[in-house]
Design a protein around this ligand. Structure first.
Ligand code: AKG
Length: 255
């Protein structure tokens, strides 16, 4: 029985432990969701037009460093329902690791099967080091490149054995209406699906988090627009890594 779309945080937390992922009904008001989608669309098409767009595997596109590209994205990485789930998985003072969009374009190829914590060599500890959230800005369907997963793989404690053929392990698509959020354990094997449609773009935003002692994917200390830091809430500063984690991240000793 796969995870079911829910607005109940306890059911979501249960699915996340049991299945390695859960599906939340859109926690945003309609107007906020529309503003988010519109802003991503503006950035996506602007980067395509001015030649800075990262286009790959056919007509797929990544839009990196979203925090520097719109206030809507700052709010999104702090969405409380998702943060509560992240805290359950990643514990005290977890961090934002990166935020970017992945758009599966018509004819776009699938991504290789992977888990998000493959930076850590096996054997993995019996808990997740990272966790991800996929904000679905369009309906995710089997045809337009919905994220595909290997159910139960978060319990296997390792990445796919590519030489042993596990890169082709059977997967299932995670389908849900636009606005839904899939939160998933960093050990879950997954990939972007192939987009076999003629004209549909599958837009998703990946807000990725890590334990407080794991290196972030994005280097906010070097690359963050200073204006974002100037207006950052205490919670945002903590997510970005501006606060210490126990004895890590000290300045002149502990605060
Ligand atoms: O776009 C997706 O469905 C998944 C993307 C992904 O797995 C990744 O960027 O690591």
């Amino acid at each position: 029985m796969p995870a079911e779309l829910t607005d109940d945080p306890e059911k979501a937390a249960h699915d996340l432990t049991e299945h390695g992922y859960c599906l939340l009904e859109c926690p945003l008001e309609e107007s906020r969701f529309r503003a988010l989608r519109d802003r991503l669309e503006q950035v996506r098409s602007q980067e395509r037009e001015d030649g800075t767009g990262y286009i790959y595997d056919g007509d797929n596109q990544r839009v990196f460093s979203l925090l520097n590209k719109g206030i809507e994205f700052e709010e999104l990485v702090q969405e409380p329902t998702v943060l509560r789930l992240m805290e359950e998985v990643l514990g005290y003072n977890f961090l934002l690791s990166s935020t970017h969009a992945n758009i599966a374009g018509p004819g776009g190829a699938s991504m290789y099967l992977h888990a998000d914590q493959t930076f850590c060599r096996a054997p993995w500890p019996p808990y997740a080091l990272v966790a991800n959230s996929m904000w679905m800005l369009d309906d995710f369907t089997p045809d337009n490149g919905a994220t595909r997963i290997v159910p139960g793989s978060h319990r296997w404690g390792r990445q796919p054995d590519y030489l042993g053929g596990e890169g082709n392990h059977p997967t299932v698509p995670v389908c849900a209406p636009a606005g839904s959020v899939m939160v998933f354990d960093g050990r879950l094997w997954h990939q972007t699906g192939e987009n076999t449609t003629e004209g549909q773009y599958r837009r998703g935003i990946l807000n990725y988090y890590c334990r407080g002692y794991v290196r972030q994917q994005q280097n906010f200390f070097v690359g963050l627009d200073p204006a974002v830091l100037d207006r950052a809430t205490p919670r945002m500063r903590r997510l970005l890594g501006w606060e210490n984690y126990l004895s890590l991240g000290m300045l002149d000793g502990l605060p």
